[in-house]
Design a protein around this ligand. Structure first.
Ligand code: PNS
Length: 162
């Protein structure tokens, strides 16, 4: 059983994340989508809410995908699960330095697992959770950026109320 962990902040999950998760599910026997803490970020949704939004999106549609959340070091979680890979999406050169640094640190902390980068689909190259949040905050239409199941709750939460 080759297990991969697909970690992220998912604040909230976007179509870009979903594309990476779906493609990872075809490459590995089991994929765990893991909502973890990024100490450098301020979140709009709690860890529980972000996990729940992912559950709403994925449901039973990808049978070999599980959803989980974790408060500690990613490398420890990956070790506990016996996973062989950490899967991340790469949008552009601007992602590279940050992702490369994390991949090297995770390899040092857990030499048993490798980070695998999937190039984002070209239509999602510009897409990020923070962009979606900014657009929603100012009342813009975010329906083309998010899986349809979560457009309404995410819009309701993020739309600026004056
Ligand atoms: O979606 P993001 O915010 O770019 O993902 C970054 C994330 C959450 C995967 C990273 O911050 C992380 O792995 N956090 C868990 C804590 C940890 O292990 N930090 C050290 C990473 S080398």
């Amino acid at each position: 059983m080759r297990i991969a962990v697909c970690p992220g902040s998912f604040d909230p999950i976007t179509k870009g994340h979903l594309d990476i998760i779906t493609r990872a599910s075809k490459l590995f026997d089991k994929v765990i989508v893991l909502v973890v803490i990024n100490a450098a970020k301020q979140f709009s949704f709690t860890q529980e809410e972000r996990t729940e939004l992912i559950r709403q999106v994925i449901g039973d549609s990808l049978p070999n995908v599980e959803i989980d959340s974790y408060d500690g070091l990613l490398a420890n979680y990956v070790k506990e699960k016996g996973a062989v890979a950490i899967v991340k999406g790469l949008r552009a050169v601007t992602d590279f330095e940050y992702e490369f640094q994390m991949a090297l640190a995770n390899k040092k902390l857990n030499p048993e697992a490798d980070t695998v980068f999937l190039t984002t689909a070209h239509e999602n190259m510009y897409l990020s959770s923070s962009l979606v949040k900014q657009i929603a905050h100012f009342g813009g239409d975010i329906s083309s950026f998010l899986p349809p199941q979560i457009v309404e709750p995410v819009t309701a939460r993020l739309c600026k109320k004056d």
